[in-house]
Design a protein. Structure first.
Length: 166
């Protein structure tokens, strides 16, 4: 019995040594792969993510908690002064599609962009506050207006382009 116990202990120690060696060998490669991006790179990637994109997802509201489908078309996203970005969105209203420039502050939580408008007025629609984070082609956040609020979530898709008819 003691020979069996000694063999098991030896195998356990050997397995631990191999595991520690493999972890130590892969640590530098993992650290190199996780090197944080600089702010300019993050901002360039964020602009590219949103320019020509459609946010496709769902939202709910405090007065109607059942999720509803939602779409937001973004024509372009351009970094402005400080934390501000000019987001040109395509607003659909009464059968018309109108581009509107929105001045939206964007904060950063590491490599995650967070749109952070507080009491921003969108003519004809009302005043809104939101916190919407973007990461890995997805978005999620909260929103509120004077009458209600809720959550929103979904994915960022490339907006299909239409070619003019010949």
């Amino acid at each position: 019995m003691s020979k069996l116990l000694a063999t098991l202990v030896s195998l356990a120690l050997l397995a631990g040594t191999i595991s520690a060696t493999n972890a130590a060998e892969s640590a530098p490669a993992k650290a190199a792969a996780e090197k944080p991006k600089d702010q300019a790179t993050l901002e360039k990637e964020f602009a590219a993510l949103l320019t020509g994109a459609t946010l496709v997802g769902s939202y709910n509201a405090s007065d109607a908690p059942e999720p509803k489908q939602d779409r937001y078309s973004i024509i372009r996203a351009v970094k402005a002064e400080g934390d501000d970005w000019i987001i040109t969105a395509k607003i659909e209203y009464k059968g018309f599609s109108v581009p509107i420039d929105l001045n939206i502050p964007v904060k950063w939580a590491g490599d995650t962009a967070v749109m952070s408008p507080s009491k921003i007025t969108i003519p004809g629609f009302g005043t809104f506050t939101a916190r919407v984070m973007f990461y890995d082609g997805q978005y999620a956040g909260t929103w509120s207006s004077a009458k209600h609020g809720g959550q929103m979530w979904g994915r960022v898709e490339r907006t299909p382009t239409t070619k003019p008819a010949k």
